[in-house]
Structures are given as C-alpha cells and as structure tokens.
Design a protein around this ligand. Structure first.
Ligand code: GLN
Length: 197
C-alpha cells in the first residue's frame, strides 16, 4: 500500500491517519523535512492555517513542502489544509504564506458567523455512490480557480449555493470540508487512488 504522510504540526491529524488506513493506505505523521522523502503522498489537515504556516516556518518545513509538491508529490488539503495548498488567499493575517500548488484563490473563514459550522450533502466529481455528507467548520471557500484547476464540488443549496468547496489539479486535491470526521472514507479513497496514480 502507498505510504501517506499527514502534516502533524497542528490540527486534525489522528482522524486523517485513521481515514487513510481505512482507505487502504499506510499513514504516519510528518514533522521533519527528511520525513517527506519517505512518503508517496501528503495530507494537510484542518486546524488553523495561520498557526500551521507559523509552525511550518519554525520547523523549516515550508520550503521543503513547496519543493516536494512542485516536483509532483500528491497532496490533499482539508479546510485549513485547503488554504495551505492555495496559490492565493484572501482574508489571511498580514504576511500569511501558503505552501501553494493549486491555482486557486481561497477565502479564509468565508461562510461567516451564521454559517460558522454546518453540514451539507456535496456531490464530488470522482466519488461514486451519491453525495458525501460534508462537515464545514469555520471553513474557507474557493473564490476562483485558474485554468489548471478543476472544480469538483459545490455547496448544493441555501444562501451560499454553488460556492466552490472542492477542487482538483492533477494529483492535488482540496476540500473546504472535513471528510475525515464522518466515517465515510470515499474522498480519502479518491486521494489514495490519485497517489497510486
Ligand atoms: N478557519 C481556519 C483557518 O483559517 C480553518 C478552519 C478549519 O480548518 N476547520 O485556518
């Protein structure tokens, strides 16, 4: 099975490890640059993107992460992890940097107070068997994608219907929501299949 690292600086690491193992991968936390060399793919979990960015800088991980992803390491970011994989962000704190890789603009904390947390059934292109029950927690949305990126999921209804919440670009995947929290591992399976290539 492919070995998939979960960036373990901060956030929902354990839930991703569990979901990846259910989806047929071997998973382990990653904290040091050299650990990146021994994985076939990387998950960037949810949590807090400002903290994750600061810790990535402090642990000398930001540049190695950028290099590995630029040279083709498959990666999957959820929520704060989606922010980390975005080439451009809005609503970041001053100076906030990302790893980047996906040609998209992501807005932090986009859904606002009324919708700080909610669930919705989201159809994800490439995931068979009906919509996934998407859990949003102070989630970002995708303002726009460039030509290289493909929208694969949108909010189905309500005030924010059609907002982009899942994107794929080659072997990079990002969701605004948290598939690791539901027990439905189909999105992780999609990523494991992308890693297997
Ligand atoms: N609001 C958080 C951020 O900006 C993301 C929330 C999450 O990952 N659940 O990083």
């Amino acid at each position: 099975p492919p070995v998939i690292g979960v960036l373990a600086l901060q956030g929902g690491v354990r839930e991703h490890v569990r979901a990846l193992e259910h989806a047929g991968a071997r998973a382990r936390g990653i904290r040091r640059p050299d650990e990146l060399d021994s994985v076939d793919g990387l998950v960037v979990p949810g949590g807090e993107s400002t903290t994750m960015w600061r810790l990535a800088v402090a642990f000398d991980l930001l540049e190695p992460l950028r290099e590995r992803i630029a040279s083709g390491l498959p990666a999957f970011g959820t929520c704060a992890g989606m922010i980390m994989l975005a080439d451009r962000i809005e609503g970041g704190v001053p100076g906030q940097q990302t790893i980047g890789g996906i040609d998209m603009t992501v807005r932090r904390n986009a859904f606002g107070r009324q919708n700080a947390s909610f669930e919705a059934p989201v159809e994800v292109t490439g995931v068979d068997g009906g919509p996934v029950e998407a859990v949003f927690i102070r989630a970002p949305w995708v303002e726009s994608v460039g030509p290289a990126a493909r929208v694969i999921g949108r909010v189905p209804r309500g005030d924010q219907a059609d907002r982009i919440v899942a994107v794929r670009q080659g072997r990079l995947l990002a969701t605004s929501f948290h598939p690791e929290l539901t027990g439905d591992t189909r999105v992780h399976r999609l990523f494991v299949d992308m890693v297997k290539g």
